[in-house]
Write a protein that binds this ligand. Structure first.
Ligand code: SF4
Length: 245
């Protein structure tokens, strides 16, 4: 695979993430919106958000923390060759599929940066190439893909890379833990597994999170001020936007 950009380029997308998902009025979205209907803040005839600079202020925090990992522009430009319309059901239907595949690609690319996981690099690269190939398929194939099965197949490899990077003996395993609102100020969480942990509103101020694994952790409102995130693993820009830093 060449150098694929795994971050959103909204200017090259048809605004798919502003049409495809349903919004439920909540702290994340100021309005209810059914799936497939364009958000009223989307400029007609373009993919420009008319409130882009004021999303938080206008109650659209859910948009601030969304990341398509570059799936939107790939669907628009490559899979539909720049010809698709954003209300085309197939374009909307493949967004969650390609997004998940691109997220997996981002995780694999991050794992490939880990020196400690060098012995896995060949397998990681093969998995990355295969995931890229799957993400570039036509809409009918994408819709048929068994994503959960594919994700389960790759997870052990990513977990192995994480264990190697964390020294083989993780200090604490909080994988999948419910830590909502938990007070962990100043906690020693070096090399901890926080994979899939719910850390919504957790107090992690001044915590030592060096080499902690954040794969899929929900950091909405988590207070990370003063925390040491040096060498943190699989921590996305969107997770950081969701937290207080
Ligand atoms: S508020 Fe803006 S970014 Fe969010 S869905 Fe609507 S148009 Fe898109």
């Amino acid at each position: 695979m060449g150098e694929r950009v795994l971050e959103a380029d909204c200017g090259s997308c048809a605004g798919l993430c502003c049409v495809a998902p349903a919004f439920a009025k909540s702290s994340d979205f100021a309005i209810d919106k059914p799936a497939g209907r364009p958000c009223p803040n989307l400029e007609q005839g373009s993919s420009r958000c008319t409130i882009h600079e004021r999303l938080d202020e206008r109650g659209f925090h859910g948009c601030v923390v969304f990341d398509c990992f570059g799936a939107g522009q790939r669907i628009t430009q490559e899979i539909f060759g720049g010809r698709g319309r954003r209300d085309e059901p197939d374009m909307l239907a493949v967004l969650p599929v390609v997004r998940q595949l691109h997220e997996l690609m981002w995780l694999l690319a991050e794992a490939l940066k880990l020196d400690e996981a060098r012995k896995l690099h060949a397998r990681l690269q093969t998995a990355l190439d295969e995931t890229d190939r799957l993400a570039g398929q036509e809409a009918p194939e994408l819709k048929r893909l068994e994503l959960d099965t594919y994700r389960r197949k790759l997870n052990p490899l990513l977990q192995q890379a994480s264990r190697l990077a964390r020294g083989g003996t993780p200090r604490k395993d909080h994988g999948g833990a419910n830590l909502i609102g938990r007070r962990m100020r100043g906690a020693d969480l070096r090399g901890a597994s926080l994979r899939g942990a719910l850390l919504i509103g957790a107090d992690l101020r001044d915590a030592d999170l060096r080499r902690a694994d954040f794969t899929g952790a929900d950091l909405r409102g988590a207070d990370l001020r003063g925390a040491d995130l040096t060498g943190a693993l699989f921590l996305t820009a969107a997770q950081l936007r969701a937290a207080v830093v």
